[in-house]
Design a protein around this ligand. Structure first.
Ligand SMILES: [Zn+2]
Length: 159
């Protein structure tokens, strides 16, 4: 084998892996993803149990289940026809498929351990953002509670 004088070319990974909390479900997508976005809508807020959901959108043709596709439970939203699939063992949201985009699928950004080739730059339903969501306020250690920080008791929003 001949030695090359040039440094090995660093290639970006061709895929990114996502996994649920219990590990039963794992999938991979081709990167870069199509787009990434923050969803402040009430249905996504409730489905995630979080202030808002951040999704990675991609084409269904670029998603491959590594394991556990049979572990998914589906919930179809009666008003929109959107389908949310989650791990039937641990409840982690896995897929969000919207009726108006049948070739696309959205996967929570938080499930990916690595980059997906897209920054979440877009916000949907920003007017629904909760006034208790953390927006990067300055924080300081809470005395007597190691690892806990707080905003010092500043009043903002309705709580
Ligand atoms: Zn799971």
């Amino acid at each position: 084998m001949e030695k090359s004088n040039s440094a090995p070319k660093r290639r970006a990974p061709a895929s990114a892996c996502a996994e649920c909390a219990c590990g039963d479900v794992a999938l991979e997508i081709a990167v870069p993803a199509q787009w990434a976005w923050h969803d402040h809508s009430p249905t996504s807020r409730r489905a995630h149990g979080a202030a808002y959901a951040t999704y990675v959108g991609t084409w269904k043709s670029r998603v491959r289940f590594v394991r556990g596709e049979e572990c998914l439970t589906r919930y179809e939203e009666p008003e929109t026809g959107a389908v949310r699939s989650f791990c039937s063992r641990c409840g982690t949201p896995i897929l969000y498929e919207r009726k108006r985009a049948p070739k696309n699928v959205n996967i929570p950004r938080a499930l990916f351990a690595s980059g997906v080739g897209r920054e979440p730059r877009y916000h949907v339903a920003i007017d629904e953002m909760r006034d208790w969501a953390y927006l990067g306020d300055k924080l300081k250690p809470l005395k007597g509670f190691a690892g806990v920080v707080w905003d010092g008791g500043r009043k903002r929003g309705s709580g």
